[in-house]
Ligand binder design. Structure first.
Ligand code: ATP
Ligand code: MG
Length: 580
């Protein structure tokens, strides 16, 4: 591509709405363009990188035995009603109507569509296993679209669905996808970690997220430095503190004016935070959005409540619960904002963290303004509807597997693999007959990769103060030839020669032949992050060029032939990404 004839526009200024490096740099390089909040288009260079990532995904999916198809983004509501998700999915689902008032949605994911394919096309065990995938535009009306491609409302996803006879088959399909994901993210140049993930109501060890490590990531992971435990913080089990065998002291109401926080009441009574318990109050909603009862959740005063564990315990979707209006909840249940404890609460679902029954003589709110109770004990003074682990595994807590202190890290979820089991095939009637003509539900897995989010993750891990540093495998072009004086006949001819030879050898080249100052060209080359820069300047008349890698500070003077050979060699070695 010759820049003098190309559509090419970079920005000097940092766009005001962009906070994280990938968003800033993808806008500044002109690779993406915002249309409205959370909706972006891909301009020429951006389209090329996106295609490179798509191609890596495609190659590895094909190599893993999956077959590509392409389904519509428009999905009829009827299929979602069959699976039960038309009401369960919540406001992220982008619902539309056609001119006759018929309901549709723009697909946020495609389980229903692929299950429908399976029930229509598969009837016999002989057709299993099979894995179908697509690379396609998804829609989610995210509450807080942000960080550009990282959390957008329209984005490119690769989604795959496997169909097997039984759990063993699914385990194998899952293993194959897990391995393919490792290859894909390695080839894209990412430093990542597969971690155990929450699999919602389905439970079990059924899901992994692939997390690209990054300070700006929205996922938090907990990992052990001594064993291989690694999980999202949402998912990570947290061990209970050892049960105490202290004698139970008499319940006592104490005046604690104005102490509406754990810190305040603990310091007022001279207690440690872990000698108290903390209440969190919620209201539930049913599928039609109507209030559907109150929930009081209790954890030890020094713990944080884990919302994912709480909604799993209640078996409701995350969007079906919100913090309660304490005054309204007080009228119905007897709670008092800042002074709520389990004793005296009524008409609400009480969920108690699994370690509380083993703790003795805790301090809790008295459900009375300015009063707490001391020596509150489970069984004697209160009970619960649900007792289960609903606490966050905090940094420094013992690893639930080996007991060593855990660490936290932040990352970007670039992919997720998930054992669905028979959830969709049962609901939608996708069944097969075995050798004995016995009928069984097909056992399914689903596997997503955020293709456009992966592009942002690569930028987060590969940039400096001057711009992006694309890994060769996903760079929009491999080489940029910067001509110092395009009017100089010798320089122009040498640049053309290098351009033709490299292009002929399959290397992707930008020729910066614009009539701009060299400084402007170098800045742009660094900003857009082309891995190899060949500068054609005064040395051209003696057959010399300057060779520089974007990722290194050094530059070297080489003959034209050496420069061409070196560029070809680098592209040959790195063009497909690190060996996998
Ligand atoms: P998140 O927890 O970040 O909202 P998710 O778990 O809901 O994501 P999945 O349903 O697992 O997402 O979708 C598969 C992949 O699609 C994710 O791993 C992620 O890489 C990508 N993805 C999901 N939501 C978005 C979004 N709003 N913008 C860009 N990519 C997304
Ligand atoms: Mg996910």
């Amino acid at each position: 591509m010759k820049l003098s004839k190309a559509h090419f526009k970079t920005l000097r200024e940092v766009p005001t709405e962009a906070e994280v490096p990938s968003h800033i740099l993808l806008l500044r390089t002109g690779m993406i363009r915002k249309l409205v909040s959370g909706v972006y288009g891909f301009m020429p260079l951006g389209r090329r990188t996106l295609r490179k990532i798509e191609e890596i995904v495609r190659e590895e999916m094909d190599a893993a035995g999956a077959q590509e198809i392409l389904m519509s983004a428009v999905q009829p509501a009827e299929l979602w009603e069959e699976s039960g998700r038309w009401s369960a999915y919540g406001p992220e689902l982008w619902r539309i109507k056609d001119r006759n008032g018929r309901d549709f949605c723009l697909g946020p994911t495609h389980e229903e569509i692929f299950t429908d394919i399976a029930r229509n096309d598969i009837s016999s065990y002989r057709q299993l296993p099979v894995n179908l995938y697509q690379i396609q535009t998804k829609y989610r009306d995210e509450a807080r679209p942000r960080f550009g491609l990282m959390r957008s409302r329209e984005f490119i996803m690769k989604d795959a669905y496997s169909f097997d006879r039984d759990e063993e088959g699914l385990d194998e399909s899952y293993r194959i996808m897990y391995e393919a994901y490792g290859k894909i993210f390695t080839r894209c140049g990412l430093t990542f970690r597969p971690v155990e993930a929450d699999s919602g109501a389905i439970g079990g060890n059924n899901s992994h997220e692939f997390t690209a490590l990054s300070e700006v990531g929205e996922s938090e992971i907990a990992y052990c430095t001594s064993c291989d435990m690694a999980a999202t913080v949402e998912r990570a089990a947290c061990s209970d503190a050892p049960a105490m065998d202290d004698p139970e002291l008499p319940l006592e109401e104490v005046h604690t004016p104005g102490t509406t926080t754990i810190e305040a009441v603990a310091s007022y009574l001279g207690l440690e935070k872990k000698q108290t318990m903390k209440a969190l109050l919620f209201v539930k909603y049913d599928a039609d959005g109507n209030e559907d009862g109150y929930v009081a959740a209790f954890v030890r005063g020094d713990r944080e409540l884990n919302m994912t564990k709480l909604v799993n315990a209640l078996d409701i979707p995350e969007h079906a619960i919100e913090f309660a209006d304490e005054a309204a909840m007080g009228d119905a249940t007897g709670c008092v904002g800042g002074f709520t404890g389990p004793v005296g609460l009524h008409d609400c679902t009480i969920v108690v963290d699994s370690e509380l029954p083993g703790q003795k003589n805790l301090c809790a709110g008295a459900c009375r303004e300015d009063y707490h109770m001391k020596n509150v004990n489970y069984g004697r003074d209160y009970t619960a509807d649900i007792v289960t682990d609903i606490k966050v595994l905090a940094e420094g807590e013992p690893c639930p597997v080996c007991g060593a202190p855990v660490k936290h890290a932040r990352g970007i979820e670039v992919g997720q693999v998930f054992k669905l089991g028979t959830k969709y095939s049962e609901a939608m009637g996708a069944r097969y007959k075995d050798e004995n003509m016995q009928d069984h539900p097909i056992v399914m897995g689903c596997y997503g990769i955020g293709v456009s989010r992966t592009m942002a993750a690569v930028v987060e891990q590969h940039h400096d103060e001057n711009g992006i540093i694309w890994p060769v495998a996903v760079a929009p072009y491999h080489v940029i030839i910067t001509v110092m004086k395009p009017d100089d006949e010798v320089q122009a001819a040498v640049a053309e020669q290098i351009y033709d030879e490299l292009t002929g050898a399959g290397v992707e080249v930008i020729l910066d032949d614009r009539k701009e100052r060299p400084g402007v060209k170098f800045k742009d080359a660094d900003l857009i992050g082309i891995p190899i820069r060949i500068t054609v300047g005064r040395g051209a008349k003696d057959g010399m060029i300057e060779f520089k890698l974007r990722r290194e500070a050094d530059r070297e003077d080489l003959t034209i032939a050496e420069g061409i050979a070196k560029a070809e060699e680098i592209v040959r070695l790195e063009g497909r990404g690190p060996a996998v």
